[in-house]
Write a protein that binds this ligand. Structure first.
Ligand code: SF4
Ligand code: SF4
Length: 420
């Protein structure tokens, strides 16, 4: 279901991993829907487009998601030329050069929609000399509450398969595995049905994964599906694999077939405190306050509002934050759904160690960070953390373990930058 178009869209220039885009519009400009308003600054940046037609009423310095950045405010008016009508002609991607297809993805500002918002064109351009043999399509959301990819795979299975075919052509390989958890039976059936229509030389298959958390991290997928171990701090490409989330595959198809920039996405709105939970197509730049209103309002004061999933998402209290490319969901959780409570000292129960999928000792890393002994924390390899938050979840002492491991990781990365 589409949420109504907001009157004013707040469109940040940093909606992705990497460098912020640079605004190419000024206050007072009239823009069309899908027009470029922020130009990518380099390969690790992503173009940003107007998610509504209208007038640029301001360009503000904002501090969204703890990052200082420019945000373009567009007041909606005029015709919806990109999403308002069905395109009369589709691009014939099969007869286009791969470089042109890749450029279409780059131009359209596609970024990973699973939560990291990594520039997709960069992901599809592995460094010279790296041989890729498999595309893994990540349909395993694994975090509780989040179901947007499930809905997309179930509703648009043929489009997902076509998006995969396009992506395989760009990478220059023929093998793709769609990883879906076994509790998503309708999506699995729909994808398998769609696969019946592909050519025999296209080796696209669906692999059912056990429904458990964490399951959807790239490292784990590559290990589970291909039995390949990705060394810490290395991307999956080094193991011959490109991993792309199902929603991103859908966006790739739209970019290539319709020249459609990434101006909207499906997000999950959920939690006990929202009146009308569901999966909604939302324009980038729609603020949380508007989403609350369109979803029937809140039942009371949430114990926590989370952008993303309950385990790896970020808690927020600013209702003016906009939906961006990396927003997979917004959760309005009740006190009962959260683990709010005071943290006490470690009782050395070992639960955090036994649940950690990366084989870390979270209590040791956390203890070292609390004592500001960052070298000691680094010696426990926080770089292997996949930020699943399982350690925090099981800790009976309610210690903020994943947060502290994250600090250890940041400190390690900062040290690497200083040392060059
Ligand atoms: S968040 Fe905790 S449990 Fe998860 S990988 Fe990191 S240290 Fe291990
Ligand atoms: S789970 Fe919590 S209490 Fe148990 S060892 Fe880990 S940090 Fe300590």
């Amino acid at each position: 279901m589409n949420l109504p178009v907001p009157q004013v869209c707040y469109i940040p220039m940093l909606q992705h991993t990497g460098a912020a885009a640079e605004p190419v519009v000024k206050k007072g400009d009239i823009v069309s829907e899908g027009e470029l308003i922020g130009r990518a600054l380099g390969e690790d940046s992503v173009n940003v487009h107007a998610s509504v037609p209208g007038k640029v009423i301001d360009i503000i310095d904002s501090r969204f998601f703890n990052v200082q950045q420019k945000t373009v405010l567009i007041e909606a008016e005029g015709a919806f030329t990109t999403t308002g009508s069905s395109p009369s002609e589709l691009n014939d991607w099969r007869n286009k050069d791969t470089a042109i297809l890749l450029e279409m993805i780059r131009t359209s500002g596609v970024a990973g929609l699973g939560g990291d918002a990594f520039p997709t064109a960069a992901k599809l351009t592995p460094p010279d000399g790296l041989k890729i043999d498999t595309l893994i399509v990540n349909g395993a959301e694994s975090e509780p509450y989040l179901t947007s990819d499930d809905v997309i795979m179930n509703t648009y299975p043929r489009e997902i398969i076509e998006g995969i075919q396009i992506t395989l052509k760009i990478i220059g390989i023929s093998k793709a595995i769609i990883a879906v958890e076994d509790n998503k039976k309708p999506a699995i059936r729909a994808l398998n049905e769609a696969i019946k229509h592909i050519q025999p030389e296209e080796k696209i298959s669906v692999k059912q994964l056990q429904s458990k958390y964490p399951q959807g991290s790239e490292k784990q997928l590559v290990y589970t599906l291909l039995n390949r171990v990705i060394p810490n701090s290395e991307p999956p490409q080094n193991s011959g694999v490109v991993v792309i989330n199902a929603g991103t595959i859908f966006a790739i198809r739209e970019a290539v077939l319709f020249n459609k920039p990434l101006i909207d996405r499906v997000i999950t709105v959920s939690g006990d405190m929202i009146n009308r939970p569901g999966n909604y197509k939302v324009r980038m730049g729609t603020r949380i306050s508007e989403i609350i209103e369109e979803c029937g309002g809140l039942k009371g004061v949430p114990g926590r509002i989370v952008i993303g999933g309950p385990m790896r998402g970020i808690s927020v209290d600013d209702m003016e934050l906009p939906v961006i490319k990396s927003t997979s969901g917004i959760l309005f959780l009740s006190d009962k759904e959260t683990c709010n409570g005071d943290s006490v000292s470690c009782i050395r129960c070992g639960r955090c160690v036994s649940v950690c999928p990366s084989g870390l000792i979270p209590r040791n890393i956390a203890g070292a960070v609390e004592k500001r002994e960052f070298d000691l924390a680094a010696s426990f390899h926080p770089e292997a953390c996949i930020m699943c938050s399982c350690c925090s979840y099981v800790c009976p002492a309610k210690r903020p373990l994943s947060y502290l491991v994250g600090i250890a990781l940041e400190s390690l990365q900062a040290e690497k930058v200083i040392k060059g």
